[in-house]
Design a protein around this ligand. Structure first.
Ligand code: BES
Ligand code: MN
Ligand code: ZN
Length: 499
């Protein structure tokens, strides 16, 4: 989609539709909405007076201008209560407006004001960014495997602003929002791709193309490279698959920060999780194609950071592996020794995410990181605990935890702190080996985090369990379509910018 930012009056715009907005409880609209209302002889006031439109956040109503304005249609977008309005509300309003327009056959272009920069008084650059983010995320369509292309929504958005002081800041914000949204879309596309298309080497190939486009350094380790590094735990998970595992490494090292200790992001990239020999039930197993959503978020975020030219050194590592049962597969009962030398007993080959992270997290110590954050669709249990409202945040470092919670607030991607008490370790003490890869049902989210912690020596570390938020079994709202959500990209960008 093309987004233009232009000076002028919204009411005078020539487009298939113009978008105005309204807070709940307003009876006489002001600003650009007021000007449009007057041009329509009070049609918006009548709409409010009728009680048919209350301005509820995410609601929209369409009016026809019957020649009173250059644009034939006016969409009124509800912003909700002024007192509750924040950047996430602005994202939702933009997304809902786009979805309403996409349903109209005749709308290929639209003009809009920036939600939230008027009455709500939010900072203009951020308002521009969330307008672009919300719109582009609502316009998202997954990879298409049908012979006929899906119907496309409006392809041009014109952002109109009267105040010449605000205009350049809106423009900067819109370009920021575009970069972030493209990162989210990249992550969604990777996670939505079928598992026969997106196997580890294909993930690496796509990451390479994306890296070249956005100016990231790209390196990849194959199985021989990883064997030379003793990454035997990760390699064991890969043994049942015909596809070779790949460790994908992306680096953003801008001139001024090229040598600083990096922020390192590590993603679980299981391109398909059958459970291995501890095979999963077949009901909804197809969803396990998105078990690489942590890796997808890391790849998406790295691309966004590069496009945004964030003044920080950041390294992204995606551990891409397929977990399959096979005559060569690893088994429950196996004892593995990976890069750290710690012996690990396998109780379940379905607890494979923590295994590939064990070696990937040991590997990243070589970067002497300032901090490491891993993202993984790790446990079904995190959804039992939190529903789909927040990802689980596990950390043994207060400063990093605080920074992540602040990034969560700014990005609108919710995190909730979960316990990491030492007592949880008891459940994962091995019988014949130092640790075992499952602590059983009780406390499953925390014991999985404690398992990973064993392999994170030498740097501050946090783990995000995103198994409950990376995938939506049905459309959640205008911002969150069915399928991959791209969760984590916006959060990681916000973290990198402020940590
Ligand atoms: N990939 C799954 C977790 C998952 C479940 C992700 C649902 C997304 C949606 C993970 O590898 C897994 O199988 N975890 C097991 C752990 C258990 C064997 C200790 C689980 O949660 O049941
Ligand atoms: Mn599994
Ligand atoms: Zn898994």
């Amino acid at each position: 989609m093309e987004i233009n930012v232009v000076p002028g009056n919204l009411a005078e715009q020539q487009a298939d539709c113009i978008v105005v907005n309204l807070f709940e409880g307003v009876t006489v609209p002001g600003g650009a909405t007021g000007a449009v209302d007057r041009a329509l002889d009070g049609a918006i006031r009548s709409l409010i007076a009728s009680g048919d439109f209350t301005g509820k956040l995410g609601s929209t109503t369409l009016l026809y201008s019957d020649g009173k304005l250059p644009s034939p249609r006016v969409l009124v977008a509800g912003l909700g209560e002024l007192a509750k309005f924040d950047l996430q509300s602005a994202r939702k309003a933009a997304a809902s407006a786009y979805r309403a327009l996409a349903k109209l056959k005749g709308v290929k272009s639209f003009a809009t004001i920036v939600h939230g920069a008027g009455l709500a008084g939010l900072e203009p650059e951020s308002c521009g960014a969330v307008l672009a983010e919300g719109t582009l995320l609502a316009a998202y369509q997954p990879p298409n495997y049908k012979r006929e292309a899906p119907e496309a929504g409006p392809a041009t958005m014109t952002v109109v602003e009267f105040d010449p002081q605000k205009l350049p800041r809106f423009n900067v914000g819109v370009r920021r929002g575009e970069a972030i949204a493209h990162g989210v879309i990249t992550a969604r596309d990777l996670s939505n791709e079928p598992p026969n298309v997106l196997f580890p080497a294909e993930m690496a190939a796509r990451a390479k193309v994306l890296a070249a486009r956005s100016g990231l350094n790209f390196t990849v380790l194959n199985e021989a490279d990883m064997a030379a590094l003793n990454m035997n735990i990760l390699l064991a998970v890969s043994r049942g698959s015909v596809h070779e595992a790949q460790l994908i490494i992306l680096e953003h090292a801008p001139g001024t920060a090229a040598n600083e200790p990096p922020l390192v992001l590590v993603g679980k990239g299981i391109t398909f999780d059958t459970g291995g020999i501890s095979i999963k039930p077949s009901d909804r197993m197809e969803e396990m194609k998105h078990d690489m959503s942590g890796a997808a978020a890391v790849i998406g975020a790295m691309n966004a950071l590069a496009r945004l030219k964030v003044d920080r050194r950041v390294i992204g590592v995606a551990a891409a592996v397929e977990n399959m049962p096979d005559g060569n597969a690893f088994r429950p009962g196996d004892i593995l020794v990976g890069m750290t030398g710690k012996s690990t007993e396998i109780l379940s080959t379905d607890a494979e995410g923590r295994l590939i992270l064990a070696d990937a997290l040991a590997y990243v110590a070589r970067f002497q990181p300032k901090a490491v954050v891993d993202l993984a669709t790790l446990t079904g249990a995190i959804g039992v605990a939190l529903g789909q409202q927040a990802a689980g945040l596990f950390s043994n470092n207060e400063e990093l935890e605080t920074a992540l919670l602040a990034a969560s607030k700014r990005s609108g991607e919710r995190l909730w702190p979960m316990p990491m008490w030492e007592e949880y370790v008891e459940a994962i003490k091995g019988d014949m080996a130092e640790v075992k890869n499952s602590g059983g049902r009780t406390g499953g989210v925390s014991t999985s985090a404690k398992f990973i912690e064993h392999f994170t020596e030498g740097y501050p570390w946090a783990h995000l369990d995103i198994a409950n938020v990376a995938w939506a079994t049905a459309e959640r709202d205008a911002l969150t379509p069915r399928g991959a959500t791209g969760f984590g990209v916006r959060l990681l960008v916000a973290l990198a910018e402020n940590y």
